[in-house]
Design a protein around this ligand. Structure first.
Ligand SMILES: [Zn+2]
Length: 144
C-alpha cells in the first residue's frame, strides 16, 4: 500500500492519504481534493514513516492539530498519533523525566500506549536521550 502525506488545500490539515485514491476526502473538513495536485511530503509504503512525517509537517505548518490518518487506518491509530504529541507537550515542561512519568501522562491523557513504545519512538526521532539509565531529557526543548 502506498501512502502519501499531503496538506488539504481547503483547511490546511496535514494528513496521510492512500495513493490509490485519486480524489480522497479531507479527514478534517471532508472536502475532496485531487491528490496529484498536492505536494507530497512523503510517498512510500511505510505507514509509520508516513505518520511520522505527517506529525512533523503538522508542527511546521502550525496546524491546530495533527491529522495524520491513513485512509484505511483505524480511528484508534489517528488517536494514537494525536495523543502522542499531547504526551510530548505535557512532558516537554520537564527538563528530565522517567518512564514512570511517561506512564503517568499516558494514563492521564488516556493514551493506549506504553512508556517503552513512546520513549522508543521519540528516541528514534532523536528527540530525547538518556543521560543516565532510566532518566530522559529532550534533545532540544521548545522553552529552552
Ligand atoms: Zn480539509
Amino acid at each position: 500500500m502506498l501512502f502519501v502525506v499531503v496538506v488539504c488545500p481547503a483547511c490546511k490539515r496535514v494528513q496521510v492519504a492512500e495513493a490509490r485514491t485519486a480524489r480522497p476526502s479531507c479527514r478534517a473538513c471532508g472536502k475532496p481534493f485531487e491528490l496529484t495536485s498536492r505536494k507530497a511530503f512523503y510517498q512510500g509504503e511505510d505507514a509509520d514513516e508516513a505518520r511520522r512525517v505527517a506529525a512533523k509537517v503538522a508542527l511546521q505548518v502550525g496546524g491546530a492539530g495533527i491529522e495524520a490518518v491513513a485512509e484505511s487506518a483505524a480511528a484508534s491509530e489517528r488517536e494514537r498519533v494525536a495523543s502522542l504529541e499531547d504526551v510530548v507537550r505535557a512532558l516537554s515542561r520537564r527538563a528530565e523525566f522517567t518512564a514512570e512519568d511517561v506512564t503517568d501522562e499516558l494514563r492521564r491523557l488516556r493514551v493506549t500506549s506504553t512508556a517503552e513504545r513512546v520513549v522508543e519512538a521519540l528516541r528514534r526521532e532523536n528527540r530525547l536521550y538518556e543521560p543516565r539509565s532510566g532518566r530522559f531529557r529532550w534533545v532540544s526543548s521548545l522553552d529552552a
